[in-house]
Design a protein around this ligand. Structure first.
Ligand code: LMR
Length: 400
């Protein structure tokens, strides 16, 4: 049968990352994947993470299986990080959480859970655009995927009216997949007032929410601020599932560490939900890997290490903000007369430049600058040494 297996297309993000690896040009630049790089362009392991790892080693942590739902202590600390220590729903046991294979794994379990327990044919609405992987994750979970308006492509800012009207027009009881902060790929987040209206509109229609939180602390540099939308939605009493990733904010990309949590109405409901999450997880992969979770547990569980971590995470966010300002000023210096304010207005790992697929292709072909074809630039790949080269190349392809 294998002779009839068709060749599948490469992944829109990870396929290009592979092309970058295979490119031999000395001047090549990687602006594809949302993975932090330091000022010299190197991968960065947070010193607090290194310290936690050495403690685990010194303590002789074993390699035993975690429970199906992962490390209980990690889950508890991870949820307090997202919802806040004082969150009533959390302290009263109404939020039930499991450890997952990072944010992707959490989204997949959420998709499976929705498909099993919401009425057949329920639609999940994702932002237009959204992280490319959201769509196949939800489709393969058996949900119908539709889009809600999000980015106004003429201004590269939020299409707030379109967003509100799509919430209103979606059949009651649909699911809305929302990025908690640092929207991927656009870097465009609602303002506090807009969040307020979005929350009210979703509640009024009885929609369910899947909140995907991949950048807490990484967006503004302040983990509490970046959790604002999550905490507001809990306070407003939504039907909500949270997918939480520690890939970016802890730099634990390859460790695959995250959580999925469900906001329920009572402890009894929480117990039923948890039993079903176990039934989804066990036949998929039995139980999650432990190393990354032990690291996060160690960092969040130790006051000194935790405060060191906050500073380090803020440092990453700060470097990205500096690179935004620098990229914009280098574009102007290169002679570009386009409006680039959105580069500094947007937040998080990415700048959504507004470049067309043809322009992106030209950047890759002529300048060996690799980026996704939607015009998304991973700001983490930019540093003092390459910013002028990148700006000149962007100017050349956008003015050509
Ligand atoms: C990205 O959007 O580049 C990251 O979230 C990595 C990925 O898995 O796509």
């Amino acid at each position: 049968y294998l002779d009839s297996v068709p060749l599948g297309p490469p992944d829109a993000i990870l396929g290009l990352a592979q092309n970058f690896r295979e490119c031999a040009a000395a001047e090549k630049v990687n602006l594809v994947v949302g993975a932090y790089r330091d000022g010299e362009g190197n991968p960065f392991v947070l010193p607090s993470v290194r310290e936690a790892e050495s403690r685990l080693l010194a303590r002789g942590e074993t390699k035993e299986y975690a429970p199906i739902t992962g490390s209980p202590s990690f889950v508890q600390r991870a949820l307090a990080f997202a919802y806040g220590e004082e969150c009533e729903a959390l302290t009263s046991g109404r939020i039930v959480g499991v450890q997952t294979l990072s944010g992707t794994g959490a989204c997949r379990i959420a998709g499976e859970f929705f498909a099993r327990f919401l009425p057949k044919g329920t639609t999940i609405y994702v932002s237009d655009p959204t992280w490319g992987n959201h769509i196949p994750i939800m489709e393969l979970s058996g949900l119908t995927v539709k889009r809600y308006r999000y980015l106004d492509r003429s201004t590269n800012s939020l299409d707030f009216d379109g967003y509100m009207s799509d919430i209103e027009q979606a059949p009651a009881g649909s699911i809305f997949l929302i990025h908690a902060c640092a929207h991927n790929p656009t870097g465009v987040d609602p303002t506090t007032d807009q969040w307020d209206s979005i929350s009210k509109a979703i509640l009024a229609k009885g929609h369910h929410v899947l909140m995907d939180c991949a950048y807490q602390g990484f967006a503004s540099g302040d983990a509490e601020f970046d959790a604002g939308a999550i905490r507001r939605f809990v306070a407003d009493g939504h039907s909500m599932i949270l997918a939480q990733s520690f890939a970016k904010n802890f730099g634990l990309y390859g460790e695959r560490v995250g959580t999925l949590s469900v906001l329920t109405a009572s402890k009894e409901e929480a117990a039923r939900v948890l039993s079903q999450l176990k039934l989804i997880i066990r036949p998929m992969y039995s139980s999650p890997p432990i190393h990354g979770a032990l690291i996060v547990n160690e960092v969040l569980g130790d006051e000194k290490l935790r405060s060191q971590y906050y500073d380090e995470c803020a440092g990453m966010a700060e470097r990205i903000l500096q690179m935004r300002a620098l990229l914009k000023s280098e574009l102007i210096k290169a002679g570009s007369t386009h409006q680039w304010d959105h580069i500094t207005d947007q937040i998080g790992m990415f700048a959504f430049t507004g470049m067309s697929a043809d322009m992106c292709d030209a950047l890759t072909k002529d300048y060996k600058i690799f980026l996704t074809r939607d015009g998304r630039v991973s700001m983490a790949g930019i540093n003092h040494a390459n910013v002028a080269y990148i700006a000149k190349a962007i100017h050349a392809v956008t003015d050509g």
